[in-house]
Design a protein around this ligand. Structure first.
Ligand code: GUN
Ligand code: FE
Length: 476
């Protein structure tokens, strides 16, 4: 049915500017496409032919509709390892924690449990589009595509290719089998969603050290032949960069390894991109490849502080990635905070890298842009999602603030017993993580959401107009 989303809405209108509309109405048709946007309490839509009987979803109380988040890089099979990294850095983290877990997804029931849970977790955190690494396994990778399609989350799903330097128990046996298995996953994903509206395949060489040069070249050719997206990791960690230089002595740089294999295209997503040279950044821009900034992961694995301001100033396209389980959170809102934090460390100056750079600081508006419009550019969906405009699709989350989670947690109810020992559970249920008093400006409400919000504030989520998540207590 046609639906009108009434109430406040917030979205990015440029890198530096948020539009905050306190009293709006957004009309979405049966296909999930935005047909009109009214501002300032206008209710002209009530006179519009065909809209009189539209369903109205009204956001009362504090909160706003916000575009769905776009996670441009994460690893679904690694979710059970969340929080496990200790003092490792990338290469020993991979062999200690990551490869054993990923290998275990040869078990389809295990993959089903992990993937169902992780897709639920990303949806409940407001992620409407997600670029997923799966594992090497064809059946489990196809299962992830099926789960995303069934749950209605837009997804790029990639079978991981790794024919080199990986443990015996977890590697592709040959280039031919790596390509054949990847092709099988491309074909499967295309068969279940021929238009690609919800799920699309993405060719996924794990990273240069786990692939031979001929394998990378074969994957570049497969991507070209099948017009597929490509994702990989680049320039994450200094030991990794040295390893790439050793493994590919004829290459000019890490980036050049991928360029030589025709893996840098307008549909390529490069995760991390922390330690790139100017020449590498120029190559990436020239090829139109995109960057996924993964700030929580970069700090967890002490990979480095990505200079996002520099990337943006040079005209590169940047989105945010959770990079679970290098990153410890499936939430893009958490990455918004982490991106701002990392930019502040850059601004305060890295003693080894020279002067502090105040311009490096990302504003809240800029980080929210990366989480939505920037991410949409990275995944090639800027025409359809990332902001609210007529003709775009309704990929959105309903953010609610200042309300207790339990029913009856309204104003004026003071349950003294709840504060006594033994009665704390009621107090906990009725507490609120974003405490709104009413004096805040709309801009300040957004700041409070960014710094103290989480999935409790994500009341409902839609993709192409379809409700794909709803908090238990919410009635729409
Ligand atoms: N480089 C190669 N594989 C991985 C991975 O699984 N996570 C991260 N963060 N970097 C990688
Ligand atoms: Fe990653």
């Amino acid at each position: 049915a046609k639906t009108v989303y009434a109430g406040a809405f917030v979205h990015s209108i440029s890198l530096t500017e948020l539009e905050i509309c306190e009293n709006g109405a957004i009309g979405v048709d049966e296909a999930g496409v935005i047909q009109f946007i009214e501002r300032n309490g206008s209710e002209e839509w009530k006179e519009k032919e065909g809209w009189q009987s539209a369903k109205v979803v009204r956001l009362d109380g504090k909160g706003f509709f916000f575009p769905g988040f776009i996670d441009t890089h994460t690893h679904a099979p690694q979710h059970p390892n969340t929080g496990l990294f200790g003092k490792t850095t990338l290469l020993d983290w991979l062999s200690t924690y990551t490869f054993p877990l990923e290998a275990s997804l040869s078990s389809l029931p295990k993959a089903h449990r992990i993937y169902t849970n992780f897709v639920s977790r990303t949806l409940s955190n407001g992620t409407t589009t997600c670029a997923y690494y799966a594992t090497r396994h064809v059946p489990a990778t196809n299962l992830l595509s099926s789960i995303c399609l069934a749950r209605g989350q837009r997804a790029l799903v990639g079978r991981v290719c790794m024919d080199s330097l990986s443990p015996e128990y977890y590697r592709d046996a040959s280039i031919d089998s790596a390509v054949a298995d990847s092709r099988a996953c491309v074909e499967y994903t295309r068969s279940i969603d021929p238009t690609g509206a919800i799920v699309r395949p993405i060719i996924t060489p794990r990273f240069a050290p786990s692939c031979t040069a001929p394998c990378l070249a074969a994957l570049g050719a497969l991507a070209r032949e099948t017009h597929s997206y490509i994702q990989t990791h680049v320039s994450e960690n200094t030991s990794e960069i040295q390893l790439v230089a050793q493994l590919f002595p004829e290459s000019k740089s890490y980036t050049d390894v991928y360029d030589t294999a025709n893996l840098l295209t307008e549909k390529t997503i490069l995760a991390h991109a922390i330690h790139l040279s100017k020449q590498e950044r120029d190559t990436i821009r020239a090829r139109g490849a995109k960057i996924s900034h993964c700030p929580a992961s970069n700090t967890a694995l002490t990979s480095g502080c990505c200079r996002v301001r520099q990337l943006l100033d040079e005209g590169l396209t940047v989105g945010l990635g959770t990079d679970v389980s290098g990153g410890f959170s499936p939430s893009i809102l958490e990455q918004v905070r982490q991106a701002i934090w990392t930019s502040r460390f850059v601004a305060m100056g890295d003693p080894s890298a020279g002067a502090a750079d105040g311009k490096a600081k990302l504003s809240t508006a800029e980080a929210l842009f990366l989480a939505t419009r920037g991410g949409a550019q990275v995944v090639g969906l800027a025409d359809s999602v990332g902001g609210f405009e007529v003709g775009k699709e309704w990929d959105a989350q309903m953010v609610t603030l200042g309300e207790g989670v339990a029913d009856g947690a309204g104003e004026g109810q003071v349950d003294v017993d709840a504060f006594e020992v033994g009665g704390t559970s009621t107090a906990l249920l009725e507490s609120t993580n974003v405490d709104v008093f009413g004096w805040e400006s709309s801009e300040e409400l957004v700041e409070k959401w960014v710094y103290s919000g989480d999935d409790r504030n994500c009341a409902a989520v839609w993709v192409r107009g379809r409700l794909v998540h709803k908090r238990n207590d919410v009635v729409l």
